[in-house]
Ligand binder design. Structure first.
Ligand SMILES: Cc1cc2nc3c(=O)[nH]c(=O)nc-3n(C[C@H](O)[C@H](O)[C@H](O)COP(=O)(O)OP(=O)(O)OC[C@H]3O[C@@H](n4cnc5c(N)ncnc54)[C@H](O)[C@@H]3O)c2cc1C
Length: 353
């Protein structure tokens, strides 16, 4: 049986491990920390295609949402297709987004103030106009990571840092403090650590610096039926009634702002949420800081980088985890390149040192 090592037990590594196991490969997943210990454990978890950087990115996100539906049927109980009420933009920008998405056939309803109030009665000031995206939703990325690792049957080594083991120009496995582990193929799914793993091969992968902050409250006494994406704040509620929110609006594209005072920022975020929902005395139950893995042009990097070596580094990794795993595992096992992943090959960004 072909042996594969996946470096990184975040959502991307766990998803790839699961897809490879389903295709009959023997998989070992190695993580320097704990599964979902970095970005995947500190993420908003919104699955959507209403945000996209270009047409190819939109197309990938759309098939990414469909891949999550397939995944939800196979690994049930974790996905929540609750819909999203969106009004992050207004005026001409709002109209342009509504027109673009409708023309692309993206499911949406255009709502006036009464329609927004009906969708989110908890809002103190409903928006004058909003879009409702019924097919969007969320998944807890940490819970999904653990579920996929368990379902894959992969061997998981935690607290073990891996480096590539290169012999005669080919990646032969990994070097770890536990010793060398041989493999037929190695996948780098190490998030922001990917450039460091590639460096000994003489390759550079530029990355953007995109720190983020996630805040979680204790359970609150109101129920949000949908994700709320307002100009001042994005919010969702988990099954226990806790509110989750990134510290800045536009979490998909923001730079995280000044993170020198995380607790101050968390408090400001809770102030905005309190004003939106009429809640007083909100306290953070958890404040988590993480670096988003964002390649230099903001777009995913997925595919082969050398003989025996594969790479998957991306932001919006929750939306895209299932399709990236399907596509990469398919290609690794001889199925060819998934059309929607073709614009995101590694060679556009990776350069010799
Ligand atoms: C605040 C925030 C909000 C976000 N919101 C959303 C959202 O709403 N929707 C969305 O789609 N995406 C969102 N994202 C992005 C998404 O969470 C990430 O794209 C995704 O989690 C990346 O997963 P990953 O497995 O690639 O990386 P990570 O989860 O960072 O996992 C990488 C793993 O590799 C391990 N590792 C690194 N180097 C080594 C080594 N040498 N040896 C062994 N192990 C190693 C690390 O320990 C780590 O566990 C958000 C991210 C943040 C930070």
């Amino acid at each position: 049986m072909k042996k594969i090592i996946v470096i990184g037990a975040g959502l991307i590594g766990a998803s790839i491990a699961w897809e490879l196991s389903r295709r009959g490969r023997e998989v070992t997943v190695i993580d320097a920390g704990l599964p979902a210990g970095l970005a995947s454990g500190r993420s908003f978890g919104w699955i959507n295609a209403s945000f996209a950087l270009n047409e190819a990115h939109f197309a990938l996100r759309v098939v990414g949402m469909a891949a999550h539906q397939r995944l939800a049927a196979r690994v049930p109980g974790l996905h929540r297709t609750c819909g999203c009420l969106w009004w992050e933009e207004s005026g001409a920008a709002f109209d342009a987004t509504a027109t673009r998405l409708a023309a692309a056939g993206y499911p949406l309803e255009r709502l006036d103030r009464a329609g927004g109030r009906a969708r989110a009665p908890a809002l103190k000031t409903p928006p004058d106009e909003a879009l409702f995206f019924p097919t969007e939703g969320w998944v807890d990325p940490a819970a999904l990571t653990h579920a996929l690792l368990a379902a894959s049957g992969a061997r998981v080594l935690s607290g073990v840092t891996a480096q590539l083991w290169v012999q005669a120009g080919r990646v032969s496995g990994v070097e770890t403090p536990l010793g060398r582990i041989a493999a037929d193929q190695v996948v780098i799914a190490a998030g922001v650590a990917a450039p460091g793993l590639l460096a000994p091969l003489g390759m550079t992968l530029p990355m953007l610096h995109r720190p983020g902050l996630m805040i979680r409250t204790a359970p609150v006494g109101l129920r949000l039926a949908h994700i709320l994406a307002a100009p001042e704040q994005e919010i969702r509620q988990d099954d226990q009634g806790r509110l989750l929110a990134p510290a800045a609006a536009f979490h998909q594209s923001d730079d995280g702002g000044d993170l020198s005072d995380p607790l101050g920022q968390a408090q400001a975020t809770l102030g905005r949420i309190g004003a939106m929902l009429g809640l007083t005395g909100l306290r953070p139950e958890a404040v988590c800081q993480a670096e988003r893995p964002v390649p230099g042009d903001g777009l995913p990097v997925v595919g082969p980088v050398a003989e025996g070596l594969w790479l998957a580094v991306l932001h919006s990794g929750v939306t895209l985890s299932a399709i990236v795993a399907e596509g990469l595992a398919g290609e690794m096992t001889g199925q060819g390149v998934l059309a929607e992943l073709a614009p995101f090959r590694a060679e556009r960004l990776i350069r010799p040192m």
